[in-house]
Design a binder for this molecule. Structure first.
Ligand code: NDP
Ligand code: 13P
Ligand code: ZN
Length: 347
């Protein structure tokens, strides 16, 4: 059974419509999960907790102690509102999966497609939960959020291009189940955003970008829900991002590079790898590169804040992050990693 959000409200002032939305959904007593800089958007003064309090990291991992704490924290609330960035929404989605209470996604920025997806990405690999029953995207708030976050959203959308190529390759070479319709849907979301960005100079100078990126991220989350897998939006480029996250954690590297930014870099690497294999036109690689440059998302490892050794190590380890067949196949050795990182201008 496919479940997607029942309501998506993407407009100026949408956050003020939460009370009437709750009434429509017959929900009366929400608990907000939010962050320290985004709690201010809980304008209706609902009870709230910071995501750090219930996030799995407080307990070290997703475990029974963590689940017990969440259940106890949620008393008689009848729903959960995730208000904030990707982490707040992910933790709210996780809490909803534990408590079985419905969750409403209230993104205050547009940094990744977790805002509408059924995926919880607090761990690698991610796991399938339920999507939000509603998404409330207040454009007045989102358009004023940090540009770095909004640019990161583009990285998580262009990643659908290589994710879909990996999914198809897994079907051809590894006999994996594949949905052509989900793949086309996911790829089209990315192509339409890229086309808008790359032609925006002659049109509206990205004035409509905040609304476009929110809608693209919601659609991408729905593509995941329809496929019942993150396959349409997560392939080799995400493995590279997760591998970077692992290096950050293990090496105590204090770099605030964002999920979407990292996936944008991963997309450049693997779209070039697909060009090298004759499975993608070099023109498409350049369209992706151009779009990330226009929104000012990092297009090389130095702009992401790392040196080339980190890029090489993250790429050489990427295939180990989860059992997911991609163009990495059994992994790139150091020579191949350096070659593709140079050809994709990442190092
Ligand atoms: N489930 C899924 O499908 C996916 C989930 N994710 C999740 O998303 C996380 C990454 O999300 P991301 O958003 O990139 O990063 P974070 O949520 O880690 O950080 C976002 C930062 O931006 C701040 N912020 C958000 N909105 C505003 C605003 N309007 N004005 C000012 N500051 C704002 C947040 O504030 P504050 O401190 O208040 O939070 C936070 O400090 C991952 O760790 C993962 O958990 C990522 C990809 C997919
Ligand atoms: O980030 C995601 C989709 O954009 C979720 O993907 P993962 O399954 O790789 O966590
Ligand atoms: Zn992603």
């Amino acid at each position: 059974m496919i479940t997607i959000p029942r309501y998506t409200l993407v407009e100026n002032g949408a956050i003020n419509k939460i009370p009437e939305l709750l009434e429509k959904l017959n929900l009366k007593n929400p608990l907000v999960i939010t962050g320290k800089s985004t709690q201010k958007y809980n304008k209706l003064g609902y009870d709230y907790i910071y995501y750090q309090e219930v996030e799995y990291e407080r307990f070290g991992k997703l475990n029974d102690e963590n689940r017990k704490y969440i259940k106890e924290s949620f008393g008689d609330y009848d729903c959960i509102l995730g208000i904030g960035g990707g982490k707040s929404i992910d933790v709210a989605k996780y809490a909803s999966s534990i408590t079985k209470k419905p969750f409403i996604s209230v993104p205050t920025t547009a940094s990744n497609d977790g805002i509408a997806s059924p995926i919880v990405s607090l761990s690698v690999p991610s796991f399938m939960a339920e999507p939000p029953i509603a998404v409330v995207g207040d454009i007045d708030i989102i358009k004023k959020s940090p540009k770095k976050l909004l640019a990161s959203g583009a990285g998580d959308i262009v990643s659908n291009i290589t994710a879909v190529l990996d999914w198809k390759l897994a079907h051809i070479e590894n006999n994996e189940k594949y949905s052509e319709s989900s793949a086309i849907f996911s790829k089209t979301i990315a192509e339409e955003l890229i086309e808008y960005i790359n032609n925006s100079k002659n049109k509206d100078n990205l004035k409509e970008y905040p609304k476009k990126i929110v809608k693209a991220l919601i659609a991408s989350g729905m593509a995941i829900a329809i496929a019942h897998s993150s396959r349409p939006a997560s392939g080799s480029e995400h493995l590279f991002s997760h591998s970077l996250d692992k290096l950050k954690k293990e090496g105590n590297i204090d770099n605030k590079s964002l999920h979407g930014e990292q996936c944008g870099i991963g997309t450049l690497i693997f779209s070039k790898a697909y060009v090298e294999e004759g499975r993608l036109d070099n023109k498409e690689y350049h369209e992706i590169l151009k779009s990330l440059k226009i929104v000012k998302s990092p297009v090389n490892i130095f702009e992401l804040g790392y040196d080339e050794d980190v890029a090489i190590e993250a790429l050489c380890n990427a295939h180990k992050l989860r059992k997911r067949y991609t163009i990495l196949r059994n992994g790139f050795d150091k020579k191949k990693a350096i070659d593709i990182l140079e050809k994709s201008q990442i190092i």
